[in-house]
Structures are given as structure tokens and as C-alpha cells.
Design a protein around this ligand. Structure first.
Ligand SMILES: Nc1ncnc2c1ncn2[C@@H]1O[C@H](COP(=O)(O)OP(=O)(O)OP(=O)(O)O)[C@@H](O)[C@H]1O
Ligand SMILES: [Mg+2]
Length: 263
């Protein structure tokens, strides 16, 4: 019997095409040697081309799922992804606080890779007030960071200023992802100090689920006891390899190869 394995939980939406959401998260956790668990916030009907439907779970059933996990297998880290309503965000914040969850990575997913809006109004405000302050790390992309900051980001200096201000505002570390900049893949981490993570831009249009994969990889490394800075660097390495592996599935923006290290 091995009790050495670390555990991680994703609280996110389901992507039946397997490239993003809880499916990407569980694949990532497994690839990184962590026992993965999932609480589903919403069923989505989506694929590499777009999101065709969103069906939120009822509030009380979201709560029942979170209770079921925490009262049995306490996760060493938690990743929160798609949350589409203020009511669901409230349940997550309440439960994570109640159980004293550790190593919380919040990926404030507001829009999918394919451009569909995933959160209703009011949800963002609630997450800002109740969920972000519980986070160890918040991982917005450029459009999400702009919405939270209320200003436009057009260069690296803006990225850094924005990440510093959001970190101050919510009292958590911030990783601002630069994947939406033409030609770039540099991300900035603000955690006591400012750390730039320079990434090689890979010429691969198949980037469905990069954000989900990165945040769950960070949660996995935190679960394994890495420092935040090390967890972010190792997660970025894993992600870059999964993009570079060059999987080509589907008719739109295809998924990553989460299992590339075992091939
Ligand atoms: N073509 C690429 N080559 C290398 N790294 C990339 C590429 N595209 C994105 N990344 C990296 O992927 C990570 C996710 O960044 P991105 O800004 O795309 O997040 P996101 O928009 O939240 O992703 P998603 O669309 O999956 O939600 C970042 O570390 C970013 O630098
Ligand atoms: Mg994202």
C-alpha cells in the first residue's frame, strides 16, 4: 500500500471533447504523478470548434460533490476553473473556506479558447470578493486581466503593472499569461517579487485547453510540495512540451498531448 501519493482536486466544467476543463485537469494531474479528483460545476457541450451548450449543476449538488471529496480524501491542492454563475462561485468559496483548503489555484475562466463567454454577469464580482482572496495563485490571461484591471494591456510593462496591482488588490499571487500576445509566450508571476517566465512560442494552432492544463499542472506541483515559483516553472515546462508534442485532433483548435512524457 502506498500512502505517498499526493492528491489534487479540480472544480471546473466538463469538456466532452477531452481537451479542456476537468478532462484536461485529470489528465494533467495523472501525467504529473498526482491522484486527481473532480467536482463538476457545469456540463458543457463543446469541442475544438466551439461551445454549443452550458448546463450548470444545481447549487446544492455542487455543494454535495465538494463535501463528498473533502470529507473523505482531503486534497493537497485545489484548482478552480470554469464557474458560470455567482451562486455557484458562492458555494465554492464557502466550502473551500469551511474546509480550510490549501494550495488553491484559481483560473478565472471567463471566455473559452474559441471565444465563447463562459461566466454570467455578477459572477466575476462575487469571485473577486469571495474566491480570489482565498487563492494562493490567480492565473488570468490577457483579456481576463484587462477586465479585472479595467485597463488595456499592450506590452510587457502593462502586464507587469497589472499583475502587481491585481496581486495587491486580491491579496494573492498572480500569474498573468501572455499567450494572447502575437509571437509571445512569456508569462509574469508576481509573488513577493516579480518573476518573468520566458516561454518559447510554438507554432502550433492546437492550443485548446492550455490555460486549464497550466493551472492544473501548477496545482499538481503544489500538491507535491514544490514552492509556488518552482511549481509555476515546472508547470510551464510541462505545458510547453504538451504543445510541442504536436497532437492534431479535431476540426478547430485541437487539444494538447497530455501524456507526451510517457510516450
Ligand atoms: N503557441 C504557444 N506556444 C507556447 N506557449 C503558449 C502558446 N500559446 C499559449 N502558450 C502558453 O500557454 C499558457 C496559457 O496561456 P494563454 O494566455 O493561452 O491562456 P488562456 O487564454 O487562459 O488559455 P485557454 O484558452 O486554454 O483558456 C501560457 O503559459 C502561455 O504562455
Ligand atoms: Mg483560460
Amino acid at each position: 500500500m502506498s500512502d505517498m501519493i499526493k492528491t489534487a482536486l479540480t472544480v471546473a466544467g466538463s469538456d466532452p471533447s477531452g481537451g479542456a476543463g476537468i478532462q484536461a485537469d485529470i489528465k494533467t494531474m495523472t501525467a504529473l504523478g498526482v491522484y486527481g479528483m473532480s467536482v463538476i460545476t457545469s456540463l458543457t457541450a463543446q469541442n475544438t470548434m466551439g461551445v454549443m451548450g452550458i448546463n450548470d449543476v444545481p447549487q446544492d449538488f455542487l455543494e454535495a460533490q465538494i463535501n463528498a471529496v473533502f470529507e473523505d480524501i482531503f486534497p493537497n491542492a485545489v484548482k478552480v476553473g470554469m464557474v458560470s454563475s455567482a451562486e455557484l462561485a458562492q458555494v465554492i468559496a464557502d466550502r473551500l473556506r469551511y474546509y480550510g483548503a490549501k494550495n488553491i489555484v484559481v483560473d478565472p475562466v471567463m471566455v473559452s479558447t474559441s471565444g465563447s463567454a463562459l461566466s454570467k454577469d455578477g459572477c466575476v464580482k462575487l469571485m473577486e470578493e469571495k474566491l480570489f482572496p482565498l487563492a494562493t495563485l490567480l492565473t488570468p490571461n490577457i483579456p481576463e486581466a484587462e477586465r479585472l484591471w479595467g485597463k488595456h494591456i499592450s506590452n510587457r510593462e502593462d502586464m507587469q503593472n497589472c499583475a502587481e496591482e491585481l496581486s495587491q488588490k486580491y491579496g494573492c499571487a498572480v500569474l498573468l499569461k501572455g499567450g494572447h500576445f502575437e509571437g509571445g509566450a512569456d508569462d509574469v508571476l508576481v509573488h513577493q517579487k516579480v518573476i518573468w517566465l520566458t516561454g518559447e512560442r510554438i507554432d502550433n494552432p492546437n492550443t485548446h485547453g492550455t490555460g486549464c492544463t497550466l493551472s492544473s499542472a501548477i496545482a499538481s506541483y503544489l500538491a507535491r510540495g514544490e514552492s509556488l515559483e518552482e511549481a509555476v516553472k515546472k508547470a510551464k515546462d510541462y505545458l510547453t512540451g504538451a504543445i510541442r508534442a504536436g497532437l492534431d485532433l479535431g476540426h478547430g483548435r485541437g487539444p494538447l498531448d497530455h501524456a507526451y512524457r510517457s510516450r
